[in-house]
Design a protein around this ligand. Structure first.
Ligand code: GLN
Length: 485
């Protein structure tokens, strides 16, 4: 049966089992995925860098492992891709920008150390909006990524390369980063599972900083069970990141029935009819499974986008000051030091990054700090409190992940505000520090729609468990570039 399907058509659990049972060698698994990348990526453009030799060498090393050594490592035999703002020793890291030039990392990000210990085979780095700023991957200075469901559309962003790579079955697992929705939104647009952990659950060491109080690395996968597996591998405390929480009790919930909060503010205008339909059908399904749907209010939601687009650029303007032509990558020639700085940053950064640096610097300047940055921080506290109150009443909150389906490439090029408004359902989880999971819930006009599950801080595992009960009730997800069996 399953032996008929190509190895690239398996999820991570299945590949790991095949490898442990000796039914497939790691070399066969990697080779199958590399071939898939060669055939599919010319139309998708998910990868910025593929490490064929490195992945094959690792596979051959793993093929010498005993059955016990394989079983000990939960990702043995499983290919993984990294969003290219996560560093891996010896591999290029671009963050989708020209400014990093030929930079190669001298060290592994903590998540990469953990992946390697778990036996993952890293096949390459995926495209992203420059410095993870964007919602379409169109702001990458280096490559264009297309949505495997419809190549005239964007894959979402900023982790669009990772989402497209998983959706086109080039890798079963990928890591993304999520500052305001960059894992969940592309997962939604590409019909895959994407999860942003509780702030601090996963180390940010080796993640190129965008907005440090919001950034989290998380899994992007074909199934919820794979997302849980990858999450379990990457989470945990880290001496290199003081914001990474020590492993502690995680919230669990009973088998249910649960009280599921449906926030009024997330179902207002601006949501496409097809998204509304799929979301309501999923909610109805939850009700028929015996759960109680409770209408709740998160009253400060209307201010979330404004607060996010002050706080994130403010932190970015500070984080990006390190790209000065001296420390990393490219340098433009200038007649003196200041000219060299200016020219490097002018030539090295794209328009969206410059826009954010300007916005952020302005919001932090004397005279404006109180009016903008401080006010945004106060709003952030109110948004966090909205969730605290809501979670006294309900076990989970369920919303659409995005108000729309994948839009056409170029459509929002000259309308940054429209691009920003699309983040309305995702930025709140980052502002509040809570975990969020997007699962494919169905199709609207042939394009995937994501359903977002939110839980209180440290409710990460309960999120996977709860959403998995719905996953089995939904139409099984199909793959846009899949094989007919
Ligand atoms: N789309 C949002 C932004 O442009 C979120 C990006 C992210 O999560 N990295 O900032």
């Amino acid at each position: 049966m399953t032996s008929k399907k190509p190895l690239w058509d398996h999820d991570a659990h299945s590949l790991h089992d095949l490898f442990c049972e000796g039914a497939a060698s790691a070399e066969e698994i990697v080779t199958s995925h590399l071939e898939r990348i060669r055939s599919a990526d010319s139309s998708v453009g998910a990868f910025l860098y593929v490490d064929e030799a490195g992945a094959l060498e690792e596979a051959r090393r793993q093929d010498r492992w005993s059955a016990v050594e394989r079983r000990e490592r939960p990702l043995a035999g499983v290919p993984v891709a990294l969003k290219d703002n996560i560093v891996a020793q010896g591999m290029p890291t671009t963050a989708g920008s020209k400014i990093l030039g030929e930079f190669r990392s001298p060290y592994d990000a903590t998540v990469v150390v953990k992946l390697k210990q778990a036996g993952a085979m890293i096949v390459g780095k995926t495209n992203l909006d420059e410095f993870a700023m964007g919602s379409s991957t169109e702001h990458s200075a280096l490559a264009e990524t297309r949505n495997p469901w419809d190549v005239s559309r964007v894959p979402g962003g900023s982790s669009g390369g990772s989402a497209a790579a998983v959706a086109a079955q080039m890798v079963p697992l990928a890591l993304g980063s999520d500052t305001g929705g960059s894992i969940r939104q592309p997962a939604s647009y590409c019909g895959i599972v994407g999860m942003k952990p509780t702030y601090g659950r996963v180390s940010r060491y080796g993640l190129i900083a965008f907005a440090s109080s919001l950034d989290q690395i998380g899994p992007m996968t074909r199934s919820i069970r794979d997302a849980r597996l990858l999450y379990e591998v990457i989470k945990g405390a880290d001496a290199h990141d003081s914001t990474a929480l020590a492993l502690g009790e995680e919230r669990t919930v009973s088998q249910g029935p649960w009280r599921i909060g449906v926030p009024r503010e997330y179902f207002g205008e601006g949501m496409e009819a097809g998204v509304r339909q799929v979301t309501e059908a999923a909610l109805e399904r939850l009700r028929s499974m015996g759960h109680e749907l409770v209408e709740i209010s998160l009253p400060h939601t209307p201010y979330a986008i404004a607060a996010y687009y002050l706080i994130a650029p403010a932190e970015a303007s500070s984080n990006l000051s390190r790209y000065d032509g001296v420390r990393y990558g490219m340098r433009a020639e200038g007649r003196d030091l200041v000219t060299m700085y200016e020219k490097t940053r002018d030539e090295g950064f794209g328009a969206e990054v410059k826009r954010r640096i300007l916005l952020g610097t302005h919001a932090l300047s004397a005279g404006y700090y109180d009016a903008y940055y401080l006010t945004a921080q106060k709003v952030r506290t109110l948004i966090r409190q909205d969730f605290d109150y809501a979670f006294r009443e309900v076990d989970f909150i369920v919303t659409p992940t995005t108000p729309d389906v994948a839009f056409r490439r170029g459509e929002r090029d000259d309308d940054p505000i429209k691009m920003y408004l699309g983040d309305v359902y995702t930025v709140t989880a980052n502002l509040a520090g809570i975990p969020g999971l997007s699962i494919p819930a169905g199709l609207a006009d042939g394009l995937p729609v994501g359903l977002q599950w939110l839980a209180p801080r440290l409710g990460d595992l309960s999120l996977f468990d709860a959403a998995a009960t719905l996953e089995t009730q939904l139409e099984p997800m199909v793959w846009p570039m899949g094989v007919d069996e």
